[in-house]
Design a protein around this ligand. Structure first.
Ligand code: FAD
Length: 278
């Protein structure tokens, strides 16, 4: 299923300059060391990181700092009184959220799985970075922040493939005995992934490719059914497209389940206007 991909041309925007300046806390420079196909649409990029310690056993999400295409990055500086001074104008940085899929502490590596979502001629800075990344390219990550292990021995997932890296990591890290069920929507069967765990995990995969034309909201409907039937002591974990999340969030509120026992997040927005500047 996996193997090193061929490496394409090096875009000018990727930083290969020597590391000189001191970056603010929480911003980590990382260097691409390998790329592997996980599935036809999921590309794993492995990064070397000087200190992987902050990424172990806590929050699992980061933001990628992406300069505009064709520009050498100007990384943010620490601002007085906390926060960052972000570069402006042509040096503006775009931020995209991703999950640290795995941490290899022995090799000092972080892995991120990028969904190569359809482009049709528009800029997709996150996916484009993964497509073009070459060994030796340097990028910055902000984090980690958010996304802890659900504190429950029973977990129900409703997700699409953007959340597969997070689910895979949760499955890999939960203690033995944790019982998990999930509905996960992917393009087709080739996008399914094994999700090894010390607990048990039963997944019902939905294949978008075979939905009737114009079909909408299938994941949200199936997710609502799962939520309605879930034991109220279980943890509900929802992450997918913004509109799909909405009805599940409303249902959870109606059921009084909007507290410590849920994680509900939209991971992408189908109505987002793509950024300009390919
Ligand atoms: C906490 C968190 C963790 C995440 N972890 C991961 C992860 O590990 N791996 C991963 O691949 N994604 C992950 N995502 C989702 C990812 O951040 C979004 O898909 C993001 O929009 C990708 O940025 P982009 O620059 O490629 O496209 P954008 O510039 O954001 O969008 C460009 C166009 O592509 C469309 N688009 C964006 N995402 C998708 C999609 N999934 N399917 C179809 N069209 C899309 C938009 O509607 C827009 O029209 C995560 C999101 C969050 C909030």
């Amino acid at each position: 299923m996996s193997g090193n991909t061929s490496i394409q041309t090096l875009p000018k925007s990727i930083d290969q300059r020597p590391m000189t300046s001191v970056l603010p806390d929480k911003i980590h420079l990382v260097t691409v060391v390998a790329k592997e196909r996980v599935t036809p649409h999921m590309l794993r990029v492995k990064f070397a990181c000087a200190n992987v310690e902050p990424f172990i056993g806590g929050e699992m999400h980061v933001r990628l700092l992406l300069p505009r295409h064709g520009r050498l990055p100007v990384w943010p500086e620490a601002a007085e009184g906390g926060g960052f001074k972000w570069p402006k104008g042509e040096n503006e940085i775009r931020l995209r959220a991703y999950t640290i899929r795995a941490v290899d502490a022995e090799r000092n590596e972080l892995w991120i799985d990028f969904l190569l979502h359809p482009t049709s001629g528009v800029a997709t800075p996150g996916a484009d970075f993964a497509r073009a990344a070459r060994r030796g390219d340097r990028i910055a990550l902000l984090g980690p922040g958010s996304g802890r292990l659900p504190p429950s021995s029973v977990i129900h997932f409703v997700a699409d493939e953007t959340a597969l890296p997070a689910i895979a990591r949760i499955a890999a890290e939960v203690p033995a005995g944790t019982r998990m069920r999930g509905i996960i929507e992917v393009f087709d069967e080739a996008e399914e992934q094994p999700l090894p765990t010390a607990g048990s995990l039963e997944v019902r995969w939905l294949h978008r490719r075979y939905y009737p034309e114009g079909a909408k909201g299938r994941l949200a409907r199936e997710g609502c059914k799962l939520i309605e039937n879930a034991d109220e002591t279980s943890f509900i974990w929802v992450a997918c497209e913004k509109q799909d999340v909405r009805s599940m969030r409303n249902l959870l509120k109606t059921l009084g389940r909007n507290g410590e026992d849920t994680y509900v997040a939209w991971y992408w927005d189908r109505n987002l206007s793509p950024v300009d500047g390919l």
